[in-house]
Design a protein around this ligand. Structure first.
Ligand code: OOG
Ligand code: NI
Length: 264
């Protein structure tokens, strides 16, 4: 569990510094005597050999994680898998990859050129998972990718890191409902993702989720610094199945809308 904690500390530090500084304020609004329990984190990548989903999963597999669910998002041209650790205290990990081959040849070529800038050794140390972008790009290239895929633009600009952490409502004392958390956050000036409703899912699908809209963060491009959407914070409540075990998967229809938390 020590190696799990080490990896998640690195991911959390990067997430709150580079992608979602407001998570610190939200964390303080919700924090109790007990530290907050993370349901899951999510990572994004391109489905190219050097950086595909499997390459991002490898450091998690190495510390005991196992593949569990598989998900497809046809409209967004994404494939995802989630991973769980035998220790229930370890957060789940949701990794998605963009199906680069389904985009225009200009888009494909641009993405391949970005990834080709990475040194061969750059994935050797698991710290690459929170190392951010490993290629140079200008703002026009970001906008070009963004026009075909919001996810593609986001990933090109930010590189690798947890795009969100997720507070488990099953472990909170103060709140038991997702809508209560949404209410508290709105009251404190945060913007909730309304795509598909502000509470996604239901007790029937055994998972309810909500998320903030991503922070706008300053990102350095080769031709200047621009403020663009970074990371967001998510809240999840899980329900037990027939055997009394909390549902541990993800719900495609809800996830499809959670992805949109990084929209402009
Ligand atoms: C992942 C979106 C899906 C969930 O909990 O369903 C997700 C992403 O935005 O990268 O996190
Ligand atoms: Ni999530």
């Amino acid at each position: 569990m020590e190696r799990v904690e080490q990896l998640f500390n690195g991911l959390w530090q990067d997430y709150v510094t580079r992608l979602c500084p407001s998570a610190l304020q939200i964390h303080d609004l919700l924090a109790e005597e007990e530290p907050l329990h993370n349901d899951h984190i999510a990572l994004r990548t391109f489905n190219l050999p050097m950086v595909g989903l499997d390459r991002l999963a490898a450091p998690f597999i190495a510390i005991g994680y196992q593949p569990k669910g598989r998900y497809r998002f046809e409209g967004k041209k994404l494939y995802a898998e989630h991973f769980e650790h035998p220790n229930p205290l370890a957060p789940k990990v949701f990794i998605s990859e963009l199906m680069v081959g389904q985009f225009s040849s200009l888009f494909q070529q641009t993405v391949r050129e970005l990834v080709a800038q990475m040194p061969e050794t750059s994935l050797r140390d698991p710290a690459f998972l929170y190392g951010g972008r490993q290629w140079e790009l200008d703002f026009a290239t970001y906008e070009l990718l963004l026009a075909e895929s919001e996810y593609g633009g986001w990933l090109a600009a930010h590189g690798f890191g947890a795009n969100h952490f997720t507070v488990s409502l099953n472990h909170l004392e103060q709140f038991t409902e997702v809508r209560e958390v949404n209410h508290l956050l709105r009251h404190n000036g945060f913007v909730i993702n309304e795509a598909g409703g502000d509470v996604k899912g239901s007790a029937k699908v055994m998972l309810e989720q909500s998320s903030t809209m991503a922070d706008r963060v300053e990102v350095g491009f080769s031709d200047g610094t621009y403020a663009i959407p970074g990371g967001f914070y998510e809240f999840a409540k899980r329900y037990p199945d027939e055997d009394g075990e909390l549902f541990s998967g993800f719900v495609e229809a809800s996830a499809d809308k959670i992805f949109e938390s990084t929209h402009q």
